[in-house]
Write a protein that binds this ligand. Structure first.
Ligand code: HGY
Ligand code: MN
Ligand code: MN
Ligand code: MN
Length: 421
Protein backbone atom coordinates (compact mmCIF):
# COMPACT_ATOMS: atom_id res chain seq x y z
CA UNK A 1 0.00 0.00 0.00
CA UNK A 2 1.01 3.58 -0.55
CA UNK A 3 2.70 5.17 2.45
CA UNK A 4 0.18 7.96 1.95
CA UNK A 5 -2.26 6.10 4.14
CA UNK A 6 -0.61 7.43 7.22
CA UNK A 7 -3.13 8.94 9.68
CA UNK A 8 -1.59 12.39 9.45
CA UNK A 9 -2.13 12.47 5.68
CA UNK A 10 -5.70 11.22 6.08
CA UNK A 11 -6.49 14.00 8.54
CA UNK A 12 -4.90 16.66 6.32
CA UNK A 13 -6.91 15.33 3.37
CA UNK A 14 -10.12 15.40 5.36
CA UNK A 15 -9.59 19.03 6.38
CA UNK A 16 -8.75 20.09 2.81
CA UNK A 17 -11.79 18.31 1.34
CA UNK A 18 -14.10 19.75 4.01
CA UNK A 19 -12.90 23.31 3.34
CA UNK A 20 -13.18 22.88 -0.44
CA UNK A 21 -16.66 21.37 -0.26
CA UNK A 22 -17.87 24.40 1.71
CA UNK A 23 -16.04 26.83 -0.60
CA UNK A 24 -17.58 25.26 -3.72
CA UNK A 25 -21.00 25.32 -2.07
CA UNK A 26 -20.72 29.13 -2.10
CA UNK A 27 -21.14 29.15 -5.89
CA UNK A 28 -24.88 28.78 -5.49
CA UNK A 29 -27.97 30.41 -7.01
CA UNK A 30 -30.29 29.42 -4.14
CA UNK A 31 -28.43 30.03 -0.84
CA UNK A 32 -31.83 30.31 0.83
CA UNK A 33 -32.47 26.61 0.15
CA UNK A 34 -30.00 23.98 -0.95
CA UNK A 35 -27.55 24.26 -3.83
CA UNK A 36 -28.39 25.19 -7.44
CA UNK A 37 -25.58 25.48 -9.99
CA UNK A 38 -26.74 25.37 -13.60
CA UNK A 39 -24.47 24.84 -16.58
CA UNK A 40 -22.94 27.97 -18.21
CA UNK A 41 -24.38 30.32 -15.57
CA UNK A 42 -22.10 32.69 -13.63
CA UNK A 43 -22.02 30.37 -10.59
CA UNK A 44 -21.07 27.41 -12.77
CA UNK A 45 -18.29 29.38 -14.50
CA UNK A 46 -17.05 30.69 -11.13
CA UNK A 47 -16.92 27.15 -9.74
CA UNK A 48 -14.95 26.04 -12.81
CA UNK A 49 -12.52 28.92 -12.30
CA UNK A 50 -12.08 27.97 -8.63
CA UNK A 51 -11.22 24.37 -9.51
CA UNK A 52 -8.87 25.32 -12.38
CA UNK A 53 -6.95 27.72 -10.13
CA UNK A 54 -6.63 25.08 -7.42
CA UNK A 55 -5.40 22.45 -9.90
CA UNK A 56 -2.74 24.92 -11.15
CA UNK A 57 -1.75 25.70 -7.55
CA UNK A 58 -0.93 22.06 -6.82
CA UNK A 59 1.03 21.70 -10.04
CA UNK A 60 -1.32 19.82 -12.38
CA UNK A 61 -1.20 20.62 -16.12
CA UNK A 62 -4.60 22.27 -16.61
CA UNK A 63 -6.51 22.44 -19.91
CA UNK A 64 -10.10 22.99 -21.03
CA UNK A 65 -11.78 21.92 -24.27
CA UNK A 66 -14.04 24.03 -26.51
CA UNK A 67 -17.13 22.98 -24.55
CA UNK A 68 -15.74 23.62 -21.04
CA UNK A 69 -14.71 20.10 -20.01
CA UNK A 70 -11.72 20.63 -17.71
CA UNK A 71 -8.62 18.41 -17.37
CA UNK A 72 -5.85 18.42 -14.73
CA UNK A 73 -2.95 16.12 -15.65
CA UNK A 74 -0.28 14.55 -13.44
CA UNK A 75 2.21 13.17 -16.00
CA UNK A 76 3.45 9.62 -15.49
CA UNK A 77 6.81 8.10 -16.51
CA UNK A 78 5.29 6.70 -19.70
CA UNK A 79 2.91 9.17 -21.31
CA UNK A 80 2.61 6.95 -24.37
CA UNK A 81 0.32 4.64 -22.41
CA UNK A 82 -3.39 5.55 -22.41
CA UNK A 83 -3.96 7.58 -19.22
CA UNK A 84 -6.10 6.79 -16.19
CA UNK A 85 -8.90 9.31 -15.75
CA UNK A 86 -10.93 10.15 -12.65
CA UNK A 87 -13.55 12.83 -12.12
CA UNK A 88 -17.21 13.85 -12.12
CA UNK A 89 -19.32 17.02 -12.42
CA UNK A 90 -19.65 20.47 -10.81
CA UNK A 91 -23.22 21.32 -11.75
CA UNK A 92 -26.07 20.79 -9.28
CA UNK A 93 -29.83 20.43 -9.89
CA UNK A 94 -32.41 22.74 -8.28
CA UNK A 95 -32.23 23.22 -4.48
CA UNK A 96 -30.06 20.15 -4.09
CA UNK A 97 -27.03 19.13 -2.04
CA UNK A 98 -23.32 19.99 -1.78
CA UNK A 99 -21.85 16.51 -2.38
CA UNK A 100 -23.38 15.17 -5.65
CA UNK A 101 -20.63 15.28 -8.30
CA UNK A 102 -18.38 17.47 -6.16
CA UNK A 103 -16.85 14.63 -4.14
CA UNK A 104 -15.78 13.05 -7.44
CA UNK A 105 -14.22 16.27 -8.69
CA UNK A 106 -12.40 17.20 -5.47
CA UNK A 107 -11.62 13.54 -4.79
CA UNK A 108 -9.85 13.10 -8.12
CA UNK A 109 -7.80 16.27 -7.57
CA UNK A 110 -6.95 15.28 -3.99
CA UNK A 111 -5.90 11.81 -5.16
CA UNK A 112 -3.52 13.30 -7.73
CA UNK A 113 -2.16 15.71 -5.12
CA UNK A 114 -1.48 12.87 -2.65
CA UNK A 115 0.23 10.74 -5.31
CA UNK A 116 2.28 13.71 -6.52
CA UNK A 117 3.39 14.66 -3.00
CA UNK A 118 4.14 11.04 -2.09
CA UNK A 119 6.84 11.07 -4.80
CA UNK A 120 5.84 7.53 -5.74
CA UNK A 121 6.39 6.72 -9.41
CA UNK A 122 3.49 5.84 -11.71
CA UNK A 123 3.66 4.88 -15.36
CA UNK A 124 0.43 6.17 -16.86
CA UNK A 125 -0.56 9.81 -16.80
CA UNK A 126 -3.28 10.50 -14.25
CA UNK A 127 -5.97 13.00 -15.28
CA UNK A 128 -8.63 14.66 -13.11
CA UNK A 129 -11.60 15.48 -15.36
CA UNK A 130 -14.64 17.71 -14.82
CA UNK A 131 -17.49 17.04 -17.24
CA UNK A 132 -19.83 19.75 -18.46
CA UNK A 133 -23.48 19.57 -17.40
CA UNK A 134 -24.03 16.08 -16.00
CA UNK A 135 -27.45 17.21 -14.74
CA UNK A 136 -30.36 17.49 -17.23
CA UNK A 137 -31.70 20.55 -15.35
CA UNK A 138 -31.22 23.20 -18.05
CA UNK A 139 -31.45 21.31 -21.35
CA UNK A 140 -33.44 18.20 -20.39
CA UNK A 141 -30.55 15.89 -21.26
CA UNK A 142 -27.83 14.85 -18.81
CA UNK A 143 -24.11 14.18 -19.34
CA UNK A 144 -23.65 16.70 -22.16
CA UNK A 145 -19.84 16.86 -21.76
CA UNK A 146 -19.29 13.10 -21.73
CA UNK A 147 -21.84 12.61 -24.54
CA UNK A 148 -19.93 15.13 -26.64
CA UNK A 149 -16.62 13.37 -25.92
CA UNK A 150 -18.03 9.96 -26.89
CA UNK A 151 -19.73 11.26 -30.04
CA UNK A 152 -23.22 10.93 -28.57
CA UNK A 153 -24.03 14.64 -28.93
CA UNK A 154 -24.11 16.11 -32.42
CA UNK A 155 -23.88 19.68 -33.71
CA UNK A 156 -27.59 19.38 -34.53
CA UNK A 157 -28.27 18.52 -30.87
CA UNK A 158 -26.50 21.74 -29.80
CA UNK A 159 -29.07 23.73 -31.77
CA UNK A 160 -32.07 21.50 -30.95
CA UNK A 161 -31.60 21.34 -27.15
CA UNK A 162 -33.19 24.47 -25.66
CA UNK A 163 -33.70 25.71 -22.09
CA UNK A 164 -36.96 27.06 -20.64
CA UNK A 165 -36.19 30.52 -22.10
CA UNK A 166 -35.67 29.08 -25.59
CA UNK A 167 -31.87 29.53 -25.47
CA UNK A 168 -30.16 26.68 -27.33
CA UNK A 169 -27.19 24.79 -25.94
CA UNK A 170 -25.25 26.22 -28.90
CA UNK A 171 -26.13 29.79 -27.90
CA UNK A 172 -25.46 29.15 -24.21
CA UNK A 173 -21.99 27.81 -25.04
CA UNK A 174 -21.23 30.87 -27.17
CA UNK A 175 -22.40 33.29 -24.46
CA UNK A 176 -20.04 31.52 -22.04
CA UNK A 177 -17.16 32.09 -24.51
CA UNK A 178 -16.89 28.45 -25.59
CA UNK A 179 -16.81 27.25 -29.21
CA UNK A 180 -19.89 25.21 -30.21
CA UNK A 181 -18.75 25.55 -33.83
CA UNK A 182 -15.70 23.43 -32.97
CA UNK A 183 -17.57 20.57 -31.25
CA UNK A 184 -15.54 17.98 -33.19
CA UNK A 185 -12.47 18.94 -31.14
CA UNK A 186 -14.16 17.47 -28.03
CA UNK A 187 -14.37 13.96 -29.45
CA UNK A 188 -12.22 11.25 -27.88
CA UNK A 189 -11.65 7.92 -29.61
CA UNK A 190 -11.93 4.43 -28.11
CA UNK A 191 -8.50 3.46 -26.77
CA UNK A 192 -7.28 7.02 -26.15
CA UNK A 193 -8.07 6.64 -22.44
CA UNK A 194 -7.01 3.54 -20.54
CA UNK A 195 -9.45 3.48 -17.57
CA UNK A 196 -11.94 5.78 -15.84
CA UNK A 197 -12.80 5.74 -12.11
CA UNK A 198 -15.51 7.95 -10.60
CA UNK A 199 -16.00 8.60 -6.88
CA UNK A 200 -19.60 9.54 -6.06
CA UNK A 201 -22.09 9.61 -3.19
CA UNK A 202 -24.50 6.67 -3.43
CA UNK A 203 -27.58 8.91 -3.39
CA UNK A 204 -29.56 5.95 -2.04
CA UNK A 205 -30.00 4.02 1.27
CA UNK A 206 -28.05 0.77 0.70
CA UNK A 207 -24.60 1.50 2.19
CA UNK A 208 -26.01 3.20 5.28
CA UNK A 209 -28.58 0.42 5.84
CA UNK A 210 -25.87 -2.25 5.50
CA UNK A 211 -23.33 -0.14 7.45
CA UNK A 212 -20.71 -0.28 4.72
CA UNK A 213 -18.10 2.46 4.21
CA UNK A 214 -17.54 1.83 0.49
CA UNK A 215 -19.75 0.75 -2.42
CA UNK A 216 -18.27 -0.88 -5.53
CA UNK A 217 -20.63 -0.34 -8.47
CA UNK A 218 -21.20 -3.30 -10.79
CA UNK A 219 -23.88 -1.76 -13.05
CA UNK A 220 -25.35 1.69 -13.65
CA UNK A 221 -29.11 1.85 -14.30
CA UNK A 222 -29.79 3.87 -17.44
CA UNK A 223 -32.39 6.62 -17.95
CA UNK A 224 -35.05 7.08 -20.55
CA UNK A 225 -35.86 10.80 -20.42
CA UNK A 226 -38.96 11.94 -22.30
CA UNK A 227 -40.96 15.17 -22.74
CA UNK A 228 -44.69 14.52 -23.30
CA UNK A 229 -47.01 17.34 -24.46
CA UNK A 230 -50.77 16.62 -24.40
CA UNK A 231 -53.05 19.06 -26.24
CA UNK A 232 -56.79 19.40 -25.55
CA UNK A 233 -59.50 22.07 -25.84
CA UNK A 234 -59.57 25.09 -23.54
CA UNK A 235 -63.11 25.77 -22.24
CA UNK A 236 -65.07 27.06 -19.25
CA UNK A 237 -64.70 24.86 -16.15
CA UNK A 238 -68.27 25.45 -15.03
CA UNK A 239 -70.44 25.45 -18.11
CA UNK A 240 -68.81 22.61 -20.07
CA UNK A 241 -70.49 19.22 -19.48
CA UNK A 242 -68.08 16.35 -18.74
CA UNK A 243 -68.94 14.49 -21.98
CA UNK A 244 -67.93 17.49 -24.12
CA UNK A 245 -64.47 17.90 -22.63
CA UNK A 246 -61.11 17.27 -24.29
CA UNK A 247 -59.13 17.76 -21.09
CA UNK A 248 -55.36 16.99 -21.20
CA UNK A 249 -55.00 17.00 -17.41
CA UNK A 250 -56.83 13.73 -16.53
CA UNK A 251 -55.21 12.19 -19.63
CA UNK A 252 -51.79 13.02 -18.13
CA UNK A 253 -52.89 11.64 -14.76
CA UNK A 254 -54.11 8.35 -16.28
CA UNK A 255 -50.87 7.90 -18.25
CA UNK A 256 -48.75 8.72 -15.19
CA UNK A 257 -50.56 6.28 -12.91
CA UNK A 258 -50.53 3.46 -15.48
CA UNK A 259 -46.76 3.77 -15.96
CA UNK A 260 -46.12 4.15 -12.24
CA UNK A 261 -48.08 0.93 -11.55
CA UNK A 262 -46.03 -0.88 -14.20
CA UNK A 263 -42.77 0.27 -12.54
CA UNK A 264 -44.02 -0.73 -9.06
CA UNK A 265 -45.00 -4.19 -10.35
CA UNK A 266 -41.70 -4.72 -12.19
CA UNK A 267 -39.86 -7.88 -11.13
CA UNK A 268 -36.49 -6.21 -11.87
CA UNK A 269 -34.62 -4.67 -8.94
CA UNK A 270 -33.94 -1.22 -10.36
CA UNK A 271 -37.05 -0.21 -12.32
CA UNK A 272 -38.12 3.28 -11.32
CA UNK A 273 -40.44 5.92 -12.81
CA UNK A 274 -40.72 9.65 -12.03
CA UNK A 275 -42.65 12.64 -13.33
CA UNK A 276 -40.54 15.47 -11.92
CA UNK A 277 -42.03 18.39 -13.82
CA UNK A 278 -45.59 18.96 -15.03
CA UNK A 279 -46.92 22.29 -16.34
CA UNK A 280 -50.60 23.09 -17.08
CA UNK A 281 -51.57 25.86 -19.55
CA UNK A 282 -53.05 28.43 -19.23
CA UNK A 283 -53.02 27.47 -15.54
CA UNK A 284 -56.23 29.00 -14.15
CA UNK A 285 -58.47 27.20 -11.65
CA UNK A 286 -61.69 27.79 -13.63
CA UNK A 287 -60.32 27.06 -17.11
CA UNK A 288 -60.14 23.58 -18.64
CA UNK A 289 -56.49 23.45 -19.78
CA UNK A 290 -55.53 23.39 -23.44
CA UNK A 291 -52.12 21.83 -22.82
CA UNK A 292 -50.12 19.82 -20.30
CA UNK A 293 -46.33 19.38 -20.60
CA UNK A 294 -44.67 16.70 -18.44
CA UNK A 295 -41.25 15.09 -18.10
CA UNK A 296 -41.00 11.31 -17.76
CA UNK A 297 -37.85 9.83 -16.23
CA UNK A 298 -37.66 6.05 -16.20
CA UNK A 299 -34.60 4.00 -15.14
CA UNK A 300 -33.61 0.36 -15.32
CA UNK A 301 -30.49 -1.75 -14.93
CA UNK A 302 -32.05 -4.36 -17.25
CA UNK A 303 -31.85 -3.54 -20.97
CA UNK A 304 -34.74 -5.80 -21.96
CA UNK A 305 -37.04 -4.20 -19.39
CA UNK A 306 -36.17 -0.79 -20.80
CA UNK A 307 -37.43 -1.87 -24.20
CA UNK A 308 -40.64 -3.19 -22.61
CA UNK A 309 -41.11 0.20 -20.93
CA UNK A 310 -40.59 2.03 -24.20
CA UNK A 311 -43.23 -0.12 -25.94
CA UNK A 312 -45.68 0.37 -23.06
CA UNK A 313 -45.07 4.12 -23.02
CA UNK A 314 -46.09 4.49 -26.65
CA UNK A 315 -49.05 2.13 -26.29
CA UNK A 316 -50.49 3.81 -23.17
CA UNK A 317 -50.10 7.35 -24.49
CA UNK A 318 -51.74 6.45 -27.78
CA UNK A 319 -54.68 4.61 -26.15
CA UNK A 320 -55.41 7.19 -23.44
CA UNK A 321 -55.21 10.17 -25.82
CA UNK A 322 -57.46 8.46 -28.40
CA UNK A 323 -60.03 7.59 -25.71
CA UNK A 324 -60.04 11.17 -24.38
CA UNK A 325 -59.99 12.94 -27.75
CA UNK A 326 -56.72 14.77 -27.07
CA UNK A 327 -53.54 14.82 -29.16
CA UNK A 328 -49.90 14.51 -28.06
CA UNK A 329 -46.26 15.08 -28.97
CA UNK A 330 -43.64 12.71 -27.55
CA UNK A 331 -39.98 13.84 -27.52
CA UNK A 332 -37.54 11.11 -26.47
CA UNK A 333 -34.51 13.01 -25.12
CA UNK A 334 -32.45 9.97 -24.05
CA UNK A 335 -32.86 6.21 -24.12
CA UNK A 336 -29.53 5.02 -22.70
CA UNK A 337 -28.39 1.46 -22.08
CA UNK A 338 -27.26 0.15 -18.63
CA UNK A 339 -23.46 0.18 -18.22
CA UNK A 340 -21.45 -2.72 -16.72
CA UNK A 341 -18.35 -1.80 -14.69
CA UNK A 342 -14.97 -3.28 -15.68
CA UNK A 343 -13.81 -6.27 -13.63
CA UNK A 344 -10.11 -5.28 -13.48
CA UNK A 345 -11.09 -1.93 -12.01
CA UNK A 346 -13.72 -3.29 -9.61
CA UNK A 347 -11.30 -5.99 -8.42
CA UNK A 348 -8.64 -3.33 -7.81
CA UNK A 349 -11.10 -1.26 -5.76
CA UNK A 350 -12.02 -4.41 -3.80
CA UNK A 351 -8.37 -5.28 -3.11
CA UNK A 352 -7.70 -1.72 -1.90
CA UNK A 353 -10.72 -1.87 0.45
CA UNK A 354 -9.45 -5.14 1.88
CA UNK A 355 -5.94 -3.76 2.40
CA UNK A 356 -7.36 -0.62 4.03
CA UNK A 357 -9.75 -2.81 6.06
CA UNK A 358 -12.80 -0.87 4.86
CA UNK A 359 -16.20 -2.56 4.92
CA UNK A 360 -17.48 -2.63 1.36
CA UNK A 361 -20.10 -4.19 -0.84
CA UNK A 362 -20.98 -4.45 -4.52
CA UNK A 363 -24.14 -2.63 -5.59
CA UNK A 364 -25.92 -1.17 -8.61
CA UNK A 365 -26.19 2.57 -9.16
CA UNK A 366 -29.81 3.74 -9.47
CA UNK A 367 -28.55 7.18 -10.49
CA UNK A 368 -26.76 7.62 -13.79
CA UNK A 369 -23.30 9.19 -14.04
CA UNK A 370 -20.78 10.30 -16.64
CA UNK A 371 -19.24 6.86 -16.16
CA UNK A 372 -22.32 5.40 -17.89
CA UNK A 373 -21.68 7.52 -20.97
CA UNK A 374 -17.88 7.15 -20.91
CA UNK A 375 -18.32 3.34 -20.81
CA UNK A 376 -18.87 3.54 -24.57
CA UNK A 377 -15.14 4.25 -25.11
CA UNK A 378 -13.36 3.33 -21.86
CA UNK A 379 -13.64 0.66 -19.12
CA UNK A 380 -14.92 2.24 -15.91
CA UNK A 381 -15.32 1.63 -12.19
CA UNK A 382 -17.25 3.60 -9.57
CA UNK A 383 -16.60 4.02 -5.85
CA UNK A 384 -19.60 5.00 -3.70
CA UNK A 385 -19.67 6.56 -0.24
CA UNK A 386 -22.82 6.57 1.93
CA UNK A 387 -25.66 9.13 1.75
CA UNK A 388 -27.35 9.90 5.07
CA UNK A 389 -30.92 8.52 5.04
CA UNK A 390 -30.30 7.73 1.36
CA UNK A 391 -31.24 11.30 0.44
CA UNK A 392 -29.84 13.23 -2.54
CA UNK A 393 -30.95 15.87 -5.04
CA UNK A 394 -32.25 17.68 -1.96
CA UNK A 395 -30.86 20.26 0.53
CA UNK A 396 -30.78 17.46 3.15
CA UNK A 397 -28.12 15.57 1.14
CA UNK A 398 -25.28 14.75 3.57
CA UNK A 399 -22.17 12.59 3.83
CA UNK A 400 -19.75 12.71 6.80
CA UNK A 401 -16.38 14.29 5.89
CA UNK A 402 -14.64 11.22 7.28
CA UNK A 403 -16.59 9.13 4.77
CA UNK A 404 -15.55 11.52 1.98
CA UNK A 405 -11.90 11.24 3.02
CA UNK A 406 -12.18 7.43 3.20
CA UNK A 407 -13.62 7.35 -0.30
CA UNK A 408 -10.76 9.51 -1.51
CA UNK A 409 -8.24 7.22 0.18
CA UNK A 410 -9.69 4.23 -1.70
CA UNK A 411 -9.75 6.23 -4.94
CA UNK A 412 -6.12 7.35 -4.47
CA UNK A 413 -4.82 3.83 -3.96
CA UNK A 414 -6.94 2.50 -6.81
CA UNK A 415 -5.67 5.15 -9.23
CA UNK A 416 -2.07 4.55 -8.14
CA UNK A 417 -2.41 0.82 -8.80
CA UNK A 418 -4.18 1.26 -12.14
CA UNK A 419 -1.57 3.82 -13.23
CA UNK A 420 1.01 1.05 -12.88
CA UNK A 421 -1.07 -1.59 -14.68
O1 HGY B 1 -30.34 11.86 -12.52
C1 HGY B 1 -29.29 11.30 -12.26
O2 HGY B 1 -29.24 10.10 -12.04
C2 HGY B 1 -28.02 12.10 -12.19
O3 HGY B 1 -27.80 12.45 -10.87
N1 HGY B 1 -28.09 13.28 -13.01
MN1 MN C 1 -27.23 14.38 -9.67
MN1 MN D 1 -23.94 13.22 -9.78
MN1 MN E 1 -24.71 11.43 -12.08
Amino acid sequence: MLDLNRKVLFDQSLERLKAQLYELAEFNETPEHGITRIVYTNRDLAAKHYVKEYMKEIGLEVSEDVMGNIFGKLPGSNSDLPPVWSGSHLDAPLNSGMFDGIVGVLGAIEALRLIKESGLKHERDLVAVIFVSEEPTRFGMGCLGSRAMTNQLSSEDLVKLKDKDGISLYEAMKRANYRPDKLEQVRIKQGEIGMFVELHIEQGPVLETNQKEIGIVNVIAAPTEVKLTIKGEQRHAGSTPMNLRKDPMPAAAEILLTLETWAKDSTKAHTVFTVGDLKVFPGASNVIPNEVVMTIDSRDADGENKEKFMALLNEVIQAVCAKRGVSYELEVKTHDQPAQADSLITNTIKKVCEELKMDHQVLASGAYHDSMIMSKIVPFGMIFIPSRDGISHDAREWTEFKQVASGVQVLTNTLYQLANE
